[in-house]
Ligand binder design. Structure first.
Ligand code: FE2
Ligand code: FE2
Length: 259
């Protein structure tokens, strides 16, 4: 990656995070507690998913203010506002990323998500192997868990490398109007290969969900075990956003350019 690319990406990432904070301060506030749940959903249907997660009735009980709905559901209103805030900021960030030139979107993906995977994947291996050493004898489920964590990391590391060394340079060239010359033929071929690898990572995460009761530590779990599941949940959320940017924004726009 060139120095110019790096600085652009840093700027974009900084712009996005400051915008995210501004958005958080201005969009969702405690005054929303006085607004009707149904009205909030009518404005943005994605809020319904959050209300569902908290057990808040947005359908028949949609005429009630959010504060009353939270009380009835027995949930902390601040937690609901925080979840609405996070969703709003992600939406705003997505719009911004969708407008970036492709080379800057690639910079953003590399300095944000690829860097994140490289930082957190070794921790997941370390924690899961520690779980096997400490508890593998008594709690057999930690052994396949650690095996699937290793499989996920061993799939992801070469995947990042292939994107950075083969696909992303080709997309950068395409976005500058250059003819691309690669051993892979049409750009659709490496894009298909990367999408297939995204599906494989998704299948491994599904296995991990099944093995861990959706990353819920059992009562007898030690601290490492709990930290490992929490790290994995965060890792999955980051990977979803990462794959979303590639599958739904970067790849379709690159295919359009190649037509
Ligand atoms: Fe990637
Ligand atoms: Fe990818």
């Amino acid at each position: 990656m060139s120095t110019t690319h790096q600085s652009n990406a840093d700027l974009s990432a900084a712009d996005l995070s400051s915008e995210r904070l501004d958005h958080q301060e201005s969009s969702v506030s405690s005054t929303w507690l006085d607004r009707k749940v149904g009205e909030l959903v009518a404005e943005d249907f994605r809020r319904a998913h959050i209300f569902s997660q908290f057990g808040i009735d947005f359908c028949c009980g949609g005429g009630k203010p959010l504060s009353t709905a939270c009380e009835r559901a027995g949930v902390n209103a601040d937690e609901v506002l925080n979840a609405l805030n996070t969703m709003a900021s992600l939406g705003s960030q997505d719009d911004k990323l969708n407008q970036l030139p492709l080379s800057e979107l690639i910079d953003y993906i590399e300095v944000t998500h690829h860097k994140y995977v490289r930082e957190k994947a070794p921790l997941l291996i370390e924690y899961s192997e520690k779980m096997v050493r400490a508890h593998g004898e008594h709690y057999a489920e930690v052994v396949p868990f650690a095996g699937w964590i290793r499989a996920l990391v061993e799939d992801l590391m070469p995947h990042l490398m292939k994107e950075e060394r083969i696909l992303f340079p080709a997309i950068r060239a395409l976005s500058q109007g250059e003819q691309i010359e690669g051993c892979f033929g049409h750009i659709g071929n490496p894009i298909n290969a990367m999408q297939h690898e995204h599906e494989e990572a998704g299948a491994i995460l599904q296995k991990l969900h099944e093995l861990t009761n959706d990353f819920t530590p059992p009562e007898y779990a030690c601290t490492t075990w709990r930290v490992c599941y929490a790290t994995l949940a965060e890792f999955e959320a980051d990977l979803h956003q990462h794959i979303h940017l590639e599958n739904n924004i970067l790849f379709p726009k690159s295919l359009n350019l190649a037509q």
